[in-house]
Write a protein that binds this ligand. Structure first.
Ligand SMILES: Nc1ncnc2c1ncn2[C@@H]1O[C@H](COP(=O)(O)OP(=O)(O)OP(=O)(O)O)[C@@H](O)[C@H]1O
Length: 243
């Protein structure tokens, strides 16, 4: 079972720039939660706060029902040196075993890594170099890597960015499978129709938490323009100052 997460009065600023303002909500356990909102609205900053990767004010508590489980994270972009002769399989195994590459990986590790690649339709790319993959293929590999430790909490930052329809289908059926297993999933997503298909709880963030609820009620066509407006309420002042 995945954890629930309580977010209490979270605020974050980079120098004088206020990014998140007094965000409070509870992410229920065993559900898929989607964070949406305009570019620069602070979605990634919220995920990074949750993961302890950036300092913030307020409190975020992860409540595990039993013992603490594993956490999987897929960042917005793959972090690897494209010129390294690192195969897809090596890349997955590095994370799995936390063993230097010059050690021999055993058969069990390799079989498990191939199994995860198959879950995202990438087993036939296992021996290609990471640098030879397209952006969407790299996203799929990152997703496979995040699934390796059988995470109970999965945090994904725009996981389908650059993925083709086939990749998106793999992604959506895996999310449905993980929700059935009562994992907690938190995903930043931009595609409104895709989010409607995920049957998730949607949280709209643009500096503040503007709205939370099921996809059907939050993503009503009449609300979308207001919720996804790129400008924050105080940007009118900035525009008049510039003029
Ligand atoms: N390390 C940093 N230092 C200074 N400013 C930053 C830093 N990281 C992010 N920002 C700023 O914080 C704001 C929010 O960024 P964030 O990446 O959280 O937004 P986002 O909602 O995920 O955007 P997008 O949809 O474009 O991915 C942006 O204006 C960005 O420029």
């Amino acid at each position: 079972m995945g954890p629930s997460i309580s977010i209490n009065n979270v605020s974050l600023r980079y120098e004088n720039n206020i990014i998140l303002e007094d965000i409070s909500t509870v992410l229920e356990a065993g559900q898929c939660h989607v964070v949406m909102g305009p570019n620069g609205g602070g979605k990634t900053s919220l995920l990074r706060s949750l993961l302890g990767l950036t300092p913030f004010k307020g409190k975020i508590n992860v409540h595990w029902s039993d013992k603490k489980g594993n956490i999987g994270y897929v960042p917005q972009k793959a972090a690897f040196e494209p010129s390294l002769p690192l195969t897809v399989l090596d890349f997955i195994l590095l994370n799995q075993t936390r063993t230097p590459l010059f050690f021999n990986f055993n058969k069990k590790h390799k079989a498990k890594a191939l199994q995860q690649l198959a879950r995202v339709g990438m087993e036939d790319r296992a021996l290609l170099r990471m640098g030879q993959l397209s952006g969407g293929e790299q996203q799929r590999v990152l997703f496979a890597q995040a699934l390796l430790d059988d995470p109970d909490l999965l945090i994904l930052d725009e996981p389908t960015n650059g993925m083709d329809e086939n990749g998106v289908r793999y992604f959506e059926s895996l999310i449905a499978e993980l929700v059935k297993e009562k994992k907690t999933i938190l995903v930043v997503h931009h595609d409104i129709s895709a989010v409607r298909r995920l049957k998730a709880t949607v949280h709209i963030v643009n500096g503040k938490l503007l709205e939370s609820g099921d996809a059907e009620s939050v993503l009503q066509p009449t609300k979308i323009e207001r919720l996804f407006n790129h400008y924050r309420s105080n940007s009118a002042n900035i525009k008049s100052e510039v003029a």
